[in-house]
Design a protein around this ligand. Sequence first.
Ligand SMILES: [Zn+2]
Length: 343
Amino acid sequence: MKFYSLLAVFISLSVSAQNLKLKKILSEKETVKDTVFTLQTLDKTASVDMPITVIKGKQKGPTFTIIAGIHGMEYPTIMSLLELRKEIDPKKLRGNLIIIPIVNVTSFYKRTPFVNPIDQLNLNRVFPGNPNGTITEVMADFMTKEIFGVTDVLLDMHGGDVGEDLIPFICYYDNKEFTKQTQLAAKLSEVSGFDTVVSYPYILPADKPAMYSFKQAVRQGIPALSIEIGKLGNWEKSELSFTKNAIFRMMSELKMYDENITRANPVKIRYNQQAYVSVPVQGIFYSDLKAGDSVKKGELIGFINDIFGNKIKEITAPESGVILYKIGTPPVNLGETLLCIGF
Ligand SMILES: [Zn+2]
């Protein structure tokens, strides 16, 4: 018992040391500082490195945290954030940027979709995390406390992982409790340049974990957004400039940076509701539809065959709307999200 409490003290000390490091960097004069934060499980059997760049502006302003690579194979946002980091001039910046270009470095280098290969957990399902848990839970705990703890606005960037087909969109939670934060998230979505804006209902009972990174930030009262861009593990140059422009427009709206970026066209499409289809049985999925296609309620979307090619299940649309994302490669597993319809 005593041994464990000593260990707990050691861990809380090491976490607060990291915290001090981040706070110290934020208290320095205008600077661009790259730091690798090493996180470790309580029993020291697993550790990860998390690269964090702090760009401290010349003038005072908000701290805008921009992260990518919670899922290590979602390349367009990772690559765009690495470029953006080089393009920001701290002399022109009001406030601070905290940039984490690749949150899940292990998943990135091992080319593992969705999960951290060390413990097979999906970082975007374990928030707020656990300082005494597995390495992915320790990472979530670090972000919840240390990163979100100093964040005024959060942008958590994702994209179509190796098996995901999707259309680009920007999204936020319609949190009725923190109306000012929700309004700011809506405004930042509006100016971003994304044609499609998705708002999710914010339903989160007090005794339930947020699970998702940006939902956790919303719970903590932080205006937070997420974007999805790119699909099937690919990345295009045009997606990098599109993503960077979206961030520059948000920074301009936050009065943090004046970059000569054209104003975005008005948002064309909004989806305030979503319908999800779960995979009913493991098998091989066939569909002629792609992300961005419209479907009518009850329409046949595709079917699932067994490993001998026999049809075992037909999939129909639960609502009329547009497919925001779907599994874009043949294998599907029981309980996975097969597709999401926005309407
Ligand atoms: Zn993702």
